[in-house]
Design a protein around this ligand. Structure first.
Ligand code: ADP
Ligand code: ZN
Ligand code: ZN
Length: 723
């Protein structure tokens, strides 16, 4: 009798044994349907153990083994097991996360491409060059090499056409995309000297794992470098994994890739893609039928048998870290994957994360730079406007208003960046203490004048704006502070001749809304844009020459120690939108803290100076990346229950605590109530990553057995971003 050990998506950190009469070693990696409790679940076979800890009579049989779907590869199993190990998450949950939805539901996914073009893989070229014993397969391979990519139906009719299936099985050929004659590759731009040097450095390096931090100013042409690297990789028969923070926000990126590689089979895995499309993309990749996978963080789990290169664009972006469920960092997992599979990985950004910058400065990553823009003659100039003394008009200083006026006169575009949606962050009563607090969260509800509602940005709870104070009846309720809607209204009033366009999540709710807005901006149908960080990412607007920044000071003194780093990255990025083309760009930042070193670095646009400065601060304060952290979070209807659980967890740990480790007291989280649940956290810290990992490896499995209060949930977050 054969036993199969199965990973099942349930919140316990173990594997489960079943019997399966027909199981053979090649079934490792296959999906199975198994009975778990009263449910049927889809799991993955991770090994065929010789025997089980469970008595044979008590083992249940597998309901079904899904042999129509190819098995997950050993690389994929290693990747998901690493993630489970490092993030201390149940392996079944990691695998379920990594599998596309239709596979989890065990629905049949039809990925057939009826008549693909066949082309030689690197193994095919090797087989050809080796010569070897003459055979039908080798003769057929030689014929295919001679003819170039050929339709399968055509190749089958050749003298040795019967060997076509064998060539595919041996992975000497693979199905290349049908060439579309309407698409021809565009003429390539001549590389700048810096781009050429970067390319040279990467392509002449030893084959194998090569982590590269590609630090290039905005507009330096990092994308062109990615495309050239991808081109070489594809030419060698390998495939490329290209990760971006949010595809929906940067359709330009996607279209540049499809234009450049009209013959490549590109799989785009973004949040807008439906379940079926995602599943089909995943399966095509699994079968070696994808040349380029372009996707957001989840795409790091795409199986790619011919993987030759990983690119992580905007590597500093916090959206690479999943904030719920399995809390993995897709960037860090990608680095592990590149290492495991022995391929280069390029982490691109204008403003490196402090973690990556430190790795690069200490020689663990290759540090390559692009210091000049590819097209624009110069970087935008950055000016700080001191708002301590200035009189503001609707939140705007005189120099900023004048600068907007100049752009209008020259028919250029301006972007005013304010990272706060809504009309005003809070509605307050002038006669009593009442404010528009959210009844379910430790936060205020935001005034949305456009649809006349008070809305919580954390849990979504909303209600109409009251006509009078609910506590004292006062009719003159005051919206305090400023959001994008208020700024938009003010700009429209101040510049009646201008077309003002607001761009935030309230107007761009769907991908198609967003594409429509982008098209409008590109067509020059807006003069003044008011936008949140949606506008900061990777866009190229030809006539945008002014970026104004308002309301940025709060982040300087926020309680989150990472807030200044994010502020710097965001402002560099949004500033980089100015003057991308032949028109010169200008960035005006309104601040009360012009002398703050962060703003001084921004003014010089010196990401290295900022990284040095911020790392010094972190070192002195003993924060990451100089220490390593994990967070045990708990939430429950009552705060006391959450705290009590964490306290038990802490007591449990203290009995065998290694010296390099520090456990803090359980405390309520900064936002201690969210959607009616009280939240608390326990921080674990160590100066050594290995010590932290070792501790968690012992401690976390024990947490599952701790008594927990009514309706309590807990989770572990390794390398948390929000502390
Ligand atoms: P980044 O991602 O570094 O901010 P992009 O890759 O978007 O910059 O490039 C900025 C602009 O420069 C794009 O319009 C791109 O087409 C152009 N560009 C990049 N490299 C070259 C080059 N070698 N010659 C001409 N134009 C280039
Ligand atoms: Zn009142
Ligand atoms: Zn709320």
């Amino acid at each position: 009798m054969s036993i199969v050990r199965v990973a099942i998506p349930v919140p316990v950190p173990q594997l489960f044994d079943y019997t399966c009469e027909t199981a053979v070693p090649s079934d490792v990696g296959r999906c199975v349907r198994v009975r778990f409790g009263r449910r049927i679940e889809t799991g993955i076979v991770v090994e065929l153990p010789a025997n089980s800890d469970i008595a044979p009579a008590r083992l249940r049989p597998v309901e079904q083994i899904l042999r129509d779907t190819p098995a997950m590869s050993a690389d994929w199993l290693a990747l998901t097991r690493f993630v489970a190990r490092y993030y201390h998450a149940p392996v079944g949950e990691v695998m379920a996360l990594a599998l596309p939805p239709e596979l989890r539901r065990a629905t049949t996914v039809d990925i057939r491409d009826d008549d693909p073009l066949l082309a030689l893989t690197p193994a095919g070229h090797t087989a050809l060059n080796e010569g070897g014993r003459p055979s039908r397969a080798r003769r057929h391979l030689a014929a295919l090499a001679e003819a170039g990519p050929t339709r399968k139906s055509v190749a089958r009719q050749w003298p040795d056409g019967d060997a076509t299936a064998e060539l595919l099985r041996r992975q000497w050929v693979y199905p290349a995309a049908p060439a579309n004659p309407a698409l021809t590759p565009p003429r390539l731009p001549t590389l700048t000297d810096e781009q050429a040097a970067v390319l040279e450095a990467i392509t002449t390096a030893q084959p194998g794992f090569l982590p590269v931090l590609l630090q290039g100013v905005t507009g330096a042409g990092k994308t062109e470098v990615y495309l050239r690297l991808a081109e070489r990789c594809l030419a060698a028969g390998h495939s490329v994994l290209m990760m971006v923070p949010e595809i929906a926000l940067t359709p330009q990126f996607e279209s540049r890739i499809t234009e450049r590689f009209p013959h490549a089979r590109i799989v785009a895995l973004h949040s807008g893609a439906g379940d079926m499309a995602r599943s089909r993309g995943f399966l095509r990749a699994l079968e070696g039928d994808a040349d380029i996978v372009l996707g957001t963080r989840l795409s790091v789990f795409t199986p790619l048998p011919r993987l030759g290169l990983i690119i992580v664009d905007e590597e500093h972006d916090p959206s690479y870290k999943q904030q719920e469920g399995v809390r993995y960092s897709a960037r860090d997992v990608a680095v592990w994957r590149a290492h495991h599979q022995g391929v280069p990985i390029v982490l691109g950004t204008a403003t490196p994360s402090l973690e990556s910058w430190r790795h690069a400065s200490e020689g663990r990553y290759r540090h390559l730079r692009l210091t000049r823009r590819a097209v624009a003659t110069q970087m935008p100039t950055v000016r700080l406007i001191d708002t301590r003394r200035a009189k503001l008009d609707g939140g705007l200083s005189k120099p900023l208003i004048e600068a907007i006026g100049q752009r209008l006169a020259r028919r250029e575009q301006s972007l005013i960046f304010l990272n706060r949606r809504g009309f005003a962050p809070v509605l307050a009563c002038p006669s009593c203490e009442w404010v528009s607090a959210c009844p379910h969260c430790a936060a205020n509800r935001v005034v949305h004048l456009a649809d006349r509602r008070l809305r919580c940005h954390h849990c979504g709870f909303d209600s109409p704006i009251p006509v009078a104070c609910p506590d004292c009846g006062e009719q003159d309720l005051q919206p305090l502070g400023r959001g994008t809607q208020k700024l938009e209204a003010h700009l429209a009033e101040r510049f009646p001749e201008a077309r003002v366009l607001r761009v935030d999540r309230d107007v761009a709710r769907s991908r198609s809304d967003w594409l429509a807005l982008l098209a409008k901006i590109h067509a020059g149908e807006a003069d003044i844009l008011v936008g949140t960080q949606m506008m900061a990412k990777g866009h190229d607007f030809e006539r945008l020459t002014l970026v104004g920044v308002v309301g940025a000071d709060a982040a300087l003194y926020a309680s989150d120690f990472r807030a200044p780093e994010r502020l710097f990255q965001q402002l560099m990025q949004v500033g980089g939108r100015a003057g991308r083309s032949h028109l010169a760009g200008e960035v005006l930042i309104q601040t009360e803290f012009g002398d703050h070193p962060l703003f001084q670095c921004l003014k010089r646009q010196d990401a290295d100076a900022y990284a040095r400065l911020a790392l010094d601060d972190r070192r002195q304060a003993g924060f990451p990346p100089f220490t390593f952290q994990a967070m045990l979070g708990a939430d429950a209807p009552q705060l006391a229950d959450a705290i009590a659980f964490l306290q038990r967890a802490r007591d449990d740990a203290l009995t065998d605590l290694p010296a390099a480790l520090m456990l803090y007291d359980p405390v309520p989280m900064r936002m201690h109530r969210l959607a009616r649940r009280e939240r608390a956290q326990l921080l674990v810290e160590s100066t050594e990553r290995a010590a932290l990992q070792q501790f968690l490896g012992v401690w976390v499995p024990r947490l599952y057995r701790l008594p927990a209060g009514r309706d309590l949930r807990w989770r572990v977050d390794v390398d948390p971003l929000d502390v």
